[in-house]
Design a protein around this ligand. Structure first.
Ligand SMILES: *[C@@H]1O[C@H](CO)[C@@H](O)[C@H](O)[C@H]1NC(C)=O
Ligand SMILES: *[C@@H]1O[C@H](CO)[C@@H](O)[C@H](O)[C@H]1NC(C)=O
Length: 258
């Protein structure tokens, strides 16, 4: 009996974090999970607990990333570009964020981790005490009737972020092995407090820029609701990219042995 338990499930969790992006372990085919990964057995009566421990055991490595598991460095997590085109009446905005750096993703707590092996369903709830984002932004549009435009650097702090991720898969046979094919990923988040600052709004007009920043911070709750569908979709896309890679690289029996 090998004492090596690979971890696998946490991958899922990470995914759940919206964490895994383009991390590709150079395109070579891998067939074996890294030995530091503790794998949990499907039949383990304490499967959820095992998965949780496995994920916590990976925590220290996350800062620098785990290419074998398609997890990029998390401090910071770099997202080259996020584009959002929003038109909900109250918010009509085209915005692009480049060189997005996100700090704090590796400092999570797992609130719950539920695995339904037969349904291939993974649900995680994670808490991040403090996330910080820096990016180059470019915005043009209207927000609650007020014109808003500018480009420059932005900084945002998110306090007490809770993120729930549900990954549902289905079985797929390949070369005599069972793989999980991702059918659907849902990401949902809750943020307690947000502080945001956009530099150089309105071509650097300080009075207008200050007023807009103040407005954004005061009205964050309702704005955040306007942006939610888009953000959640963007997040699930990010998660999906990596999840797909992970489940293509390793069979379900490798990741979650019987
Ligand atoms: C939040 O995270 C940033 C960057 O990691 C750090 O500089 C800051 O001190 C943290 N704030 C709190 C309240 O933990
Ligand atoms: C975010 O937190 C950092 C570190 O605590 C601070 O320097 C920065 O001003 C904060 N940003 C905003 C928009 O409040």
């Amino acid at each position: 009996m090998s004492s090596i338990k690979y971890l696998s499930i946490f991958l899922l969790t990470l995914l759940s974090v919206g964490t895994i992006i383009e991390a590709a372990p150079s395109s070579g085919k891998r067939t074996r999970l890294p030995s530091f990964l503790k794998v949990c057995r499907r039949s383990d009566p304490q499967l959820n607990k095992c998965a949780r421990n496995s994920l916590y055991a990976l925590k220290d490595r996350l800062e620098y990333g785990i290419p074998e598991l398609y997890i990029p460095p998390l401090e910071p997590l770099i997202i080259p570009e996020i584009k959002m085109n929003q038109d909900t009446g109250a918010v009509y905005l085209k915005s692009t964020y480049r060189n997005v750096e996100l700090y704090g993703m590796s400092k999570f707590n797992i609130k719950s981790f539920n695995i339904d092996p037969s349904k291939m369903k993974f649900t995680t709830v994670m808490h991040f005490p403090n996330l910080t984002m820096n990016a180059d932004y470019d915005i043009d549009g209207k927000i609650m009737m007020m014109p808003m435009e500018g480009s420059g650097q932005c900084n945002a702090n998110f306090t007490d972020v809770t993120m729930t991720t549900v990954i549902s898969g289905e079985r797929e046979k390949k070369n005599g092995k069972t793989y999980l094919k991702v059918r659907d990923i849902k990401v949902n988040y809750k943020v307690d407090r947000v502080k945001i600052h956009l530099k150089n709004l309105f071509n650097g007009d300080k009075a207008l820029g200050d007023r807009m920043n103040e407005f954004l911070n005061e009205n964050w709750d309702s704005l955040s609701e306007e942006l939610r569908p888009l953000l959640e979709k963007a997040l699930s896309r990010v998660v999906r990219t990596s999840t797909d890679k992970l489940f293509k690289a390793y069979s379900y029996d490798d990741l979650l042995p019987r």
